[in-house]
Design a binder for this molecule. Structure first.
Ligand code: AMP
Length: 440
């Protein structure tokens, strides 16, 4: 399939071509056609799958196609996202994709002066990318009206809840017109996310890519057993033996990220840390140094890392194993993107063994004696038992996992091509450690 097969308008096709994309990614292939037709979407996709274009392109196209009223432009599309880095990144995608249209967009997020954001809003924007807190501030001050929003995207819904944005989301939803298209994306679909989705979506088309085990196929994964006190040396040894020019190291805590940066710098390895306590300016400087190659190693906490958009990150290191197994999948998803080969090395202490076991359980990976993780061979199929004839359709119904509660008036969920599919995978979900939550 090519982008032209997706019925995109010429200015968007050309912009995509200029970005160097040849073929749509699976989430784009699945999401763009129904989104262009105005359907709501429930999308299960992680960062790195091309999901930003999957929601941005159809919205831009619908905005470009809709007649515009005279006078000041009302905000017709809103993308809500948990972190400022992600907001900036989505806005940059809008800039690239909308380059050949006359659509205007802008981004608002907290932690910086609101004046330039207000000025941009006052010039009129068609599409607004926002983090929840700053959006509510600007609504409260009368600088933003959401009354004309026709397209609403909730991005990284699971992160939103993890970061405690549920109350903000609940305050924003009533400000949006009921008559709108909603595109809901989340990397995982535990029960609380499905419940939230069911309150916001009408007869959504379900699109889903990369169940955790398949993400890892392009990524070489290794575990190195090292006790807490040995990890510094292990990291220095790893960075010395490997040649990758850019390495992202995950630390569970902000304090740990700073400490690792200091240790590496002392060992003569250029490193910077990014996390929620750093100012916006310091984070941007660290990112620029990392992108330009001035610093080889970036140490990030999970939340700070959400906004890092570097498509060919060759090596990811888990200095600590994450508390939640799904986070491991997010982390290593930073490498091996868009078909590139990637490598992920994780340090595991004795204390962290239970966390490793959870990761193996979630991903279905097998740990070899040399520390390599492999996809486990499929379990042999159980011998078929003869069964009594059943009424048509009954068996499939029993086998299907329980669905999200349907929003009132909605039909059964459909896939992008109109067929029915099981509800998305429900991943177990646990509270994030306090150290992570504190990073807002
Ligand atoms: P996202 O999941 O939206 O963060 O995208 C991940 C990365 O894939 C970004 O660097 C995009 O620029 C890139 N990307 C998105 N769509 C495509 C595509 N169709 N072909 C190649 N790269 C893409």
């Amino acid at each position: 399939m090519t982008f032209s097969d997706l019925s995109l308008i010429e200015p968007l096709l050309r912009a995509v071509e200029e970005k160097g994309y040849d073929t749509p990614t699976p989430i784009q292939e699945q999401a763009i056609p129904p989104a262009l037709q105005g359907h709501d979407l429930l999308g299960c996709a992680q960062t790195g799958t091309g999901k930003t274009a999957a929601f941005t392109l159809p919205i831009l196209q619908q905005l470009a196609d809709a007649p515009r009223t005279r006078g000041r432009r009302p905000i017709r599309a809103l993308v809500l996202t948990p972190t400022r880095e992600l907001a900036i990144q989505i806005d940059a995608c809008c800039r690239d994709y909308a380059r050949l249209t006359d659509l205007r967009h802008c981004v608002v997020f907290g932690g910086v002066s609101q004046r330039p954001q207000v000025e941009a809003l006052q010039r009129g924007v068609d599409l607004l990318v926002a983090t929840p807190g700053r959006l509510l501030d600007l609504v409260g001050q009368g600088f933003v009206s959401l009354a004309s929003v026709r397209h609403f995207v909730l991005d990284e819904a699971d992160r939103m809840l993890d970061m405690g944005f549920i109350h903000d989301i609940r305050r924003i939803l009533p400000l949006l017109p009921a008559e709108r298209q909603t595109l809901f994306f989340s990397a995982t679909m535990p029960d609380d996310i499905l419940r939230l989705a069911s309150t916001m979506l009408r007869d959504p088309v379900h699109v889903s890519v990369t169940p955790p085990a398949s993400v890892v196929e392009t990524i070489g994964q290794h575990i190195r057993f090292a006790e807490k006190a040995e990890k510094k040396e292990a990291l220095i040894a790893l960075l010395t033996e490997r040649e990758e020019a850019s390495v992202l190291v995950f630390s569970r805590t902000k304090h740990g990220a700073d400490r690792i940066a200091r240790i590496l710098t002392r060992a003569g390895i250029e490193a910077r840390a990014i996390h929620g306590d750093k100012s916006q300016g310091a984070r941007e400087r660290a990112m620029n140094d990392f992108r330009s190659g001035a610093c080889r190693v970036l140490i990030a906490t999970d939340i700070a890392a959400r906004g890092i958009d570097i498509s060919e990150l060759p090596l990811v290191v888990n200095y600590d194993l994450p508390e939640v197994a799904e986070t491991y999948v997010h982390r290593i998803g930073r490498t091996g993107r868009a078909g590139h080969e990637g490598m992920a090395v994780s340090f595991c202490s004795e204390e962290e063994r239970p966390l490793l076991d959870q990761i193996l359980k979630l991903t279905g990976l097998r740990l070899d004696d040399d520390g390599t993780l492999h996809l486990a061979p499929p379990a042999p199929k159980p011998a078929r038992q003869p069964e009594a004839p059943r009424p048509k359709g009954a068996r499939q119904k029993e086998a299907r996992p329980e669905r999200a509660k349907r929003p009132s008036g909605g039909a059964q969920p459909r896939t992008a091509n109109g067929t029915r599919q099981p509800a998305p995978r429900r991943n177990r979900r646990r509270r994030r450690p306090a150290a992570d939550r504190a990073q807002r």
